[in-house]
Design a protein around this ligand. Structure first.
Ligand SMILES: [Zn+2]
Length: 740
């Protein structure tokens, strides 16, 4: 296997609508992969239709993308992303809704009145932004607002009028609950129970809000574009209206329909308004057609609503697929169940029908995932020419997800050509090719093969790795030996066996050390007990050297250029994390606009000067304290009676691991001296590498600054010197750095 460098992209500035359910992918990745593997204008297939943005990016590059989608909400997201209504249509649709009558009131006024609350400070009647609830209670406990009258803002305990208002809406709940149910399934439907259960994730107020708005849809005489715009805004409110918004919480990505212990109830009128900004894309529209209508050679999206199975024969005859792209789906019971519900609310029962199975299933395990993926890969095997490349992204790559994906593809005749992994927070980038045989010979898993693959990975890495990394190294060994799944073996059995092989490989080898506070193999990090096969410089040290070398040659580089230089040097499983790159940049460089340049003091010539100064100071101080001083390679030695009292290793870098390895002197006599700007980087490295941290603990590490201060002290004794160097802990210099 020839592992490709990780392709860097940009985090999207705006994550877009329903972003907690769409795959978190970087932008610009597929745009860089595609031109190398398929000429523009050619046909691509996305068999999963999971990421609207991925498809859109390919279409904008001038490709024709055939997408299979069976989730009506995902389909809607894709059509909206490709060809959104104009901002004017969004605004007009919302305005039309607001002026409808509800009794004597305007609908907009009525719906906003549901969220009225009294300002704690000035007693004005204002809109709450959200209410806070505790699971199982029938009234909220707090509200959050910003007063439009006096500016008071924040979280406040609810008052009587908030409680009364919530109770009043709850009194009519049964009616609205049954209305919202009837849009999704008929009364005598077998799935009635499941629909009701899904609706349980809506509180009375949001449910009242949504049913009121949705019931008005038919009475509104809107153009098709405005209707689409209004559907899009309501969809945002549907997502904001459920109880899956834990409080406090940073970036929730729910997978299961579980009600958090504390959660937020958003002001849904605000959410409709927020939708305006979420949906309006600035870029030009992209052609979207429904299969079997074709799209022009200049690119576009052709949507097949259904499963790949129904398409294979026709595609094979009519459409030459040049490459496959796709964000590999992971089970999401929350999103899939809610999608069925929302489709019913927005478009009625018929729209739910093809996706109804999603309502019934509660638990999706990895074996289910692997079986479903394997079926998709099997259909693709049928319709693709030999060797067709498949660029797959695996977002949120937990180890079992990765096992599932690789097993499914391998068992359907797809050969893995590359696996590039950055961190557990980034999508894994995979390249497969359609192989010659759907079913080929399989072998038994060989623990020794897995063990030596993991060992080799750790030796080459030169530092401990996350469990995900060693797991991936093990999986690659199993892919290469065709030992992920035996013929006729069920997927659940195969996945269990793989997990066990990797576990046994790690646990049964005393060369490995587990840095973890947990018992399970899949926690913490794995490393090697003692460096074997000679010394291998750690990955983070090599990354530091590579970045500094690059910046010396290329001042004023933007971050993406640094990644571009770096990733090909560290391909596959060795891809450095963004946190590591930023830690090095913050230590050595400064940013002006988007461009990074080495700090003046970190340019090579200035550093050499500084090294000479520090060396001279050490000689001065040593002499004053009555030691004989001498030089030995990088070290300055202080000696007495022919014995080394102190050996100073003066570094310009944060390559502490290398310095410790190279020094011939004992830890208690060795003092490592770093520039102050390097201290945070050294600390960062120790925090992410427990074995380095343990080694560093044995040594004294001080900053240049201390020596400069000591040389100024008029009366310096050996005692005060020792005292001072003990008192300069590195940890103090830790800046706010990302950890991984
Ligand atoms: Zn106020």
């Amino acid at each position: 296997m020839d592992h490709q460098p990780y392709i860097p992209g940009m985090s999207p500035a705006d994550p877009g609508p329903l972003s907690r359910f769409t795959p978190p992918l970087e932008e610009g990745v597929i745009a860089r992969w595609l031109p190398l593997h398929a000429p523009p204008g050619s046909w691509l297939l996305d068999p999963f239709g999971f990421s609207p943005r991925l498809v859109l990016e390919a279409a904008r590059m001038g490709y024709r993308v055939l997408v299979t989608v069976n989730n009506p909400i995902t389909r809607f997201l894709l059509e909206m992303a490709a060809n959104p209504p104009s901002e004017a249509d969004f605004k007009a649709a919302l305005a039309d809704l607001a002026v409808m009558k509800k009794g004597d009131e305007r609908l907009g006024v009525h719906l906003q009145s549901l969220y009225l609350t009294t300002c704690e400070k000035c007693e004005s009647q204002i809109q709450a932004d959200l209410f806070l609830w505790r699971k199982g209670e029938d009234v909220p406990y707090a509200r959050v607002y910003t007063c439009t009258q006096c500016g008071d803002s924040g979280e406040h305990i609810v008052r009587t009028d908030d409680i009364e208002r919530a109770k009043k809406i709850a009194a009519t709940d049964t009616l609205h609950r049954s209305r919202s149910f009837e849009r999704v399934a008929a009364l005598n439907d077998d799935d009635r129970f499941y629909v009701e259960e899904a609706i349980e994730h809506y509180l009375p107020r949001p449910l009242y809000f949504l049913t009121t708005v949705i019931n008005r849809l038919e009475n509104l005489n809107l153009t098709p574009e405005r209707k689409r715009a209004l559907h899009a805004l309501i969809l945002v409110a549907c997502d904001a209206g459920n109880t899956l918004w834990g409080h406090p919480s940073e970036r929730p990505r729910p997978k299961q329909l579980n009600i958090p212990n504390q959660f937020r109830e958003f002001n849904l009128w605000n959410q409709l308004e927020r939708g305006l900004g979420l949906w309006t894309e600035t870029a030009s529209g992209v052609v979207v057609e429904a299969w079997p209508k074709k799209i022009p050679e200049s690119g576009g999206i052709c949507i097949y609503e259904g499963r790949l199975k129904g398409l294979a024969e026709e595609v094979k005859k009519e459409i030459p697929i040049a490459a496959v792209i796709g964000s590999v789906p992971r089970p999401n019971q929350a999103f899939w169940t809610l999608s069925a519900l929302w489709a019913g609310w927005l478009w009625g029962k018929e729209a739910v029908e093809p996706f109804k199975v999603a309502l019934r299933r509660r638990r999706y395990d990895w074996a289910w995932n692997a079986t479903a993926l394997n079926a998709a890969f099997g259909h693709m095997f049928d319709l693709l020419p030999l060797n067709t490349p498949f660029f797959g992204l695996v977002p949120e790559p937990e180890p079992q997800f990765l096992t599932s994906v690789l097993t499914a593809a391998n068992a359907a005749g797809f050969g893995l050509h590359s696996l590039a992994l950055r961190t557990e927070h980034d999508a894994v980038q995979l390249v497969w090719r359609r192989g010659e045989h759907l079913k080929r010979e399989t072998n038994d898993a060989d623990i020794e093969e897995v063990r030596s693959a993991i060992h080799e990975h750790l030796v080459e890495r030169g530092e401990p790795a996350s469990y995900l990394h060693v797991h991936a190294a093990g999986l690659i060994a199993l892919v290469e030996t065709h030992a992920l799944k035996k013929r006729n073996q069920e997927f659940d059995e195969a996945l269990r066996a793989t997990q066990l092989v990797i576990q046994k490989a790690l646990e049964g080898d005393d060369r490995f050390i587990h840095h973890s506070s947990g018992e399970n193999v899949d926690t913490g990090m794995w490393g090697l007990k003692t460096p074997q096969h000679g010394y291998r410089e750690s990955l983070s040290d090599r990354v530091e050297v590579a970045i500094v070398t690059f910046l010396q040659k290329n001042p004023n580089s933007i971050y993406l250029e640094i990644e571009d230089d770096l990733y090909p040097r560290f391909p596959g499983l060795f891809t450095p994390s963004k946190a590591m790159i930023y830690a090095v940049l913050q230590s050595y460089a400064e940013r002006s606009g988007a461009a990074w340049t080495l700090r003046p003091e970190d340019v090579a010539a200035a550093r050499r000067n500084e090294l000479n100064n520090i060396t001279a100071m050490l000689e001065v101080i040593g002499t004053r304290l009555g030691y004989g001083t001498s030089k030995e390679d990088r070290n300055i030695l202080w000696q007495e009676d022919g014995q080394v009292a102190f050996a100073f290793d003066v570094l310009a870098s944060a390559l502490v691991g290398r310095a410790i390895h190279e020094t011939p002197h004992s830890p208690e006599r060795t003092i490592l001296i770093l520039p102050g700007g390097r201290a945070a980087l050294a600390t960062y490295k120790a925090q992410r590498d427990p074995s380095l941290a343990a080694r560093m603990k044995q040594y004294r590490v001080v900053k240049y600054r201390l020596l400069r201060a000591l040389v100024e002290v008029p009366v310096l004794t050996r005692e005060t010197f020792t005292e001072q160097i003990m008192r300069d802990p590195l940890e103090k210099s830790t800046a706010q750095l990302m950890m991984f």
